[in-house]
Design a protein around this ligand. Structure first.
Ligand code: ADP
Ligand code: MG
Length: 182
């Protein structure tokens, strides 16, 4: 059995969770043993489920440290990880270890934070992955392809859990305009 790493990145509302759930459901249809993990701090919709903005969901295990996956996923064919940007740099080594041991690892997460800066372990993960998919949202201001998560709220924390009330998907142009208005 050969393992590898797939990464799905994009802004908020770009369909990362939808795409992750799609791939995992297909693996289940193929009778693969699948486990899904997410950071314990992400409790926006549900403590245990991974839920997309269009309300599809899949049961997951909330964890605090990436190392927990090495124990919990020992018998898996496929491991899915959502909101991966919230984990620390050890996520990269753990994903490599899982893949080296024959697991197909599918990671979804934000590539950029609300300032347009690379987010947490995602850049390093993109570097080591065999397959990289960048999905796009629709800019809520002009309808172009959106790659940025624009924060409407004033907080300067890198982690501010929120929804359409605090963030909107924007293209490069409308993101820059919004930053200048702040
Ligand atoms: P992500 O995990 O990347 O935040 P989800 O998979 O949870 O995204 O949600 C994707 C869904 O969000 C889309 O299928 C669509 O129904 C909805 N959506 C809401 N706002 C937007 C937007 N601005 N652009 C694209 N999709 C949007
Ligand atoms: Mg998501």
């Amino acid at each position: 059995r050969r393992g590898w790493i797939e990464v799905v990145v994009g802004s908020m509302f770009s369909g990362k969770t939808e795409e992750l759930i799609r791939r995992l459901n297909r693996a289940k249809i193929a009778r693969q043993r699948v486990e899904i993990f997410k950071p314990a701090l992400d409790t926006r919709y549900h403590v245990e489920d991974v839920v997309s903005h269009n309300a599809t969901s899949i049961r997951s295990t909330p964890i605090t440290f990436p190392q927990e996956m090495l124990l919990l996923a020992s018998n898996c064919d496929v491991v899915g990880i959502d909101e991966a940007q919230f984990f620390d740099a050890s996520l990269v080594e753990v994903c490599n270890q899982l893949a080296n041991h024959g697991v197909r690892v599918i990671v979804a997460g934000l590539d950029m934070d609300y300032l347009g800066q690379p987010f947490g372990p995602m850049p390093a993960l993109l570097a080591v992955a065999e397959y990289v998919t960048k999905v796009h949202a629709v800019c809520v201001r002009c309808g172009d392809i959106a790659t940025y998560s624009f924060r409407k709220a004033a907080s300067a924390e890198q982690v501010l859990l929120g929804e359409t009330d605090s963030y909107e998907a924007r293209c490069r142009h409308c993101f820059l305009e919004g930053q200048q208005e702040k």
